[in-house]
Structures are given as structure tokens and as C-alpha cells.
Design a protein. Sequence first.
Length: 411
Amino acid sequence: MATTMPDSPATAVDVISSLAGVQPGTALAELRAQRPEAMEHAQGSYTALFDPAEPGGLNAAERFAIALRVATLHAVPEASTHYRQRSIEAGASPEIVAAVANDDGVAGSALPARLQAILRHADLLSTRPVDTTADHLQALADAGLATVEVVVLSQIVAFVSFQVRVVTALQLIGGLAPNGAATNSSGNVPSAAPSASSADVSITSSLTPATIIRPDPELNRPTAFTVEQIRFTPWLEPLDPANATPKQAEALKDRTGNSPYFRLLALDPDVLAERTATDKGIFYTHGGAPRAERELAAAATSRLNGCIYCASVHARLSAQLSKRNGDVDRLLDKGVADIPSLELGDRWQAVVELAVALARTPSAATTGHVDRLREIGLSELEILDVAQAAAFFSCANRLMLTLGEPYIPDE
């Protein structure tokens, strides 16, 4: 039986459900409530990013401009309407909002130079995350962004990339019409109260611009996807644990070796804490899809996005849990351009097809992908688990690909 979510500060408003058109008391609402941790902490991530308890770095107008840009590129009008409304509430002028939501891009627009640099990076991460290099972070530093601001920018792009895919998945599972069912043209979805003071998107940060770290030219970079363990080296200076605040130390708690990747994310500990809890709510819950299939969806998404590091971790987990090493190896070796040729069997093929279609920008997932999973016996909760796993790695890949790169450690 589905559980009922109590109202709490994090869940009294659920932006994802609002954008997807999920009505209280419906079967879809009951389904979503069966994953309360994922639901609560996805909303917690939204709050930490867009209504932070301790504002710093990027201002509100910049944050909502990034979100609006990402929603526009993903062609999810419910999300675009929501972030357009919140941009206006944050003090952005109609001209700024129109320029940010322009499908033709921001180059040559009248936007302030700093915001243009931010949005160019949002475009890259939304559509071609695998092409990101240290030079792109240098462009942000040259525009005046501090290390924490680069991390927050990346987190916003990654989160909205996750958010819109969960919206799409819920609409497909619930038989709602994607791209238009959730809100009216006025963007009538729950949001925070307007800011007491208007934000100026042209404000220059008082923080010191980021210093970009260039890895050793002799770094042993992987040239192919693999299930072998690899490591991550950052392009930005991570948090020094010796200088961590109590909140940062708590966000890093139980992180193996406090890797440089998580020490970068810990620069905004509230977002990291919510992201970690969302991850656990999607991958470590009982019932629903077998863990191996959730990891398979993560690996397939990572393969599509070109994230060698994430693919190695989650393909390895899927293989270990399923004992289907050969199938996982073919997925990594051949890629996901021709999924039937991977000969994964009906169930795994359908899981990979949904994950890969959902991971594209804009999403290419259809009711046909969901119907196929039902035909071969997956429950509604199993389908939701697979979809949320793929959506989460549309987030995780974008963070990993923009903050550093993988390498093969010396023996």
C-alpha cells in the first residue's frame, strides 16, 4: 500500500509534482509517495538552490536565469513558465527574461557580460556536457566567477536537468500529456514569495575569481569506457577538510576518502546534503526495480552522456549485482546508438531504451517506452525507479564532466 507523505517544510510544496500535473489523491500521487525520500529531498535541493538559507555567490536573478535557460533548452514549458515567473519575482526585467529564454542563444544579446558567460556555460552543460574542458571554467573565472559560484552554477544546471526529466517521466507514467499538462499560461505553480528587493543581474561578485587547476599533461586519461576503477582530478580547488565548517563536515560525513569531487560540492553543503539524500532515495530503497536495473539505467545514461567515470562505477555495480558481465561490457564497448544490437534481452533492452531516451536533450522518451516496460511485466514503481535513476544521472554526469576529469591511477 502506498504511504502518505506528511506535510513538512520540504514537502508541503512539491514543485516537481506541480510541474508534472500530479493531482493529490490520484494513482500517480500515490506512486510518487512510495518514494518519499526522493520526493522530499528533490524538493530540498530546489529550496537549497533557489531559496538558500545563507545566500552567497550567485544572486537570485542569476540562479533563476540559469534555471530558465536550462528549462528552455530541454523544451519543458511547464518548467520554463515556472522559472520565468521566479526570474521576474527575483527582479529580472522583461528584456532580460526574454533574452534568457531565446531559443537562438545568448551570443550577441544585450545581457551583461557576466550573465552571458554564465548562460553560455549552461548551454554547454545542458546540451554537450562531454565537451566541457578546463578552458570553459577559465572563461567563467575570466568573467569574475569564484570557485563556489562555478560549483553552484553547475549544480543548478545539473538539478534542473534532473528535475525536468522526472517531470517528463511522471507525465508519461500517468498518461498526462507531456509539455503542457501541468500549468496554465500564467505559471500557476507554488513558488516562494517575491524577494523583498530586486536583484541586479549585472552585479559583480565581491568574491575572488576561481583559480583553474591544469592537470599534469602526462595524466593517464582513460581512452575507452571501462568497468575498472578510475579516479577523478578536479579543475577547481576543493575544500580543505581542515577548514570545513561544521555543516560542510557533516555533508562530507561517510564519504569514502572525502574525494576531491565531493569536497568541491561541499562548498555548498546544503545542496550536497540534499543531493546525497536524493541519491539514496532513488538507488537504495526497498521494493520496486532491482538495484542492478537502477544501476543499469545510470550506466546507460552515463554512456550516452560520455561520462567515463560515472559509467565505470555504475556499470561495475550493475554487473556485480546481476552477474551479467558480458551484457554490461557490450553496453560500454558498443554504446547506446543501436540498443537492439546489444542483445540484452527484452527487459534490459526496454530499461536501457527508456533511460537513454529520457537522457537526451530534449528528452525523447514517449509513452511507447513506458508501455513496453509494462508489457514485459514491470510494475509502475519499477518504471518510476528506472526513470528516476536515469534522471539522477543526467544530473550527476553534468557535475562530474564540468568539475574535472577521470584518470587511471598508477599501479
